[in-house]
Design a protein around this ligand. Sequence first.
Ligand code: GDP
Length: 462
Amino acid sequence: MSDTDTETDAHTPSLRTPIVAVLGHVDHGKTSLLDKVRGSAVIEGEAGAITQHIGATAVPLEVISEIAGDLVEPDDFDLPGLLFIDTPGHHSFTTLRSRGGALADIAILVVDVNDGFQPQTREALEILQRSETPFIVAANKVDTVPGWNANEDTPIQSTYDQQSERVQGAVDTALYEIIGQLSEAGFSADLYWRVQNFQRNVGVVPVSAMTGEGVPDLLAVMMGLSQRYMKAEMEIDVAGPGVGTVLEVKEEKGFGTTIDTVLYDGTIRADDRLVVGGTNDPIVTDVRALLQPRPLAEIRTESRFERVDEVSAASGIKIAAPDLGDAMAGAPVRVVRDRPVEDVIAEVRAELADIAVDTADEGVVVKADTLGSLEAMADALADAEVPIVRAEVGDVAPRDVSVASTADDANERVILGFNVDVLDDAERRAEIDDVRLFTDDVIYQLIEGYERFVEERERAQQ
Ligand code: GDP
């Protein structure tokens, strides 16, 4: 089944699938939850009913309704299903952008009931808050509460009601801890069955990505939230020029540099001209191939990918085209079709300018894996009153070291890299030039590491 099965009249507004991102601290169960949703969809659905995209999985309404049973009556909905961004963690949440068209429409924040809020949970919350993305909390691993009696066939509220008083007490303690922490962060939250308005209040759904308990409830809450409050945002012009966001920039054998893209409006065709946000100027290029994953059985000696002629929102697609070397994760992708290319370049430029980081004449060098994470780093550094001289997406390269090495103040002969690698040459160069490199995959730890360094230096000077 392809994305283009549904024939649509030209320029008739259609409702697209809401895009869902899964975020949370490492090991709290993001991957397991995505696997469970996919697994249940495969079991419940007709073969091929769910579509594996690049970087995303589409679960149609009928399949959601099979999984969720009475909780989702298909007749109550006209949204076509949910599209889950597959790469959990930093890649999905840091490409959520605060301005200029967000990538995800809804998010699931996964919190381990045993572990509660952790650094990446807080970081994810801040990003959700800034991007005003509605979200639901999956209080995961509820099966690990001692004495928990699993019942995969009832809604999680009934399963919870069936537990002994002691177990309920233990679950309550864990859940109210999470609800309390959400409230400290400025969100009014409650157990999902007590929430009336999911736009105003954050619903907390106890789940187990292992047993699958609570997954039907989670899907039902997301469908309800989207249908009730977000339908207007799902109206798109399917036949119009495609608009999307780069998820990842990847070398692909036989295709050169490709961009994994989530398309959230319109259509991309195999003969389209595109404008893509790059580290320097917007890139103007022509699609060489639109690629989707081939079913496993067909791969053998063939390429892992199958060429398609056209793809419509919302879906994930790999785009092969010349000159994509400078494309940035988190940057916009726009189809030119039937309008002046200058207009589209201007649109992409405006969108990039909106997420650009203000730099000063002096300060530290910042590198990050996506535009969204760069923006999050810049915000955190502004809060810590650390000026930035240069901020870019990409690994730490020798030219970053050159820039950092020009600083007079040793506190600014520094590169902070979030979720990026340091190229070998850059490491050698930094040693020679006496430039300090800090890297981490948690923003606040990265900044703390830097602040410790500054404090120690200042203490040593006294
Ligand atoms: P991620 O880093 O957030 O993607 O976390 P993973 O999905 O990799 O899960 C981390 C670990 O927790 C793995 O060993 C999983 O098997 C385990 N895990 C995840 N969800 C559950 C759950 O609901 N119950 C139990 N008992 N273990 C879980």
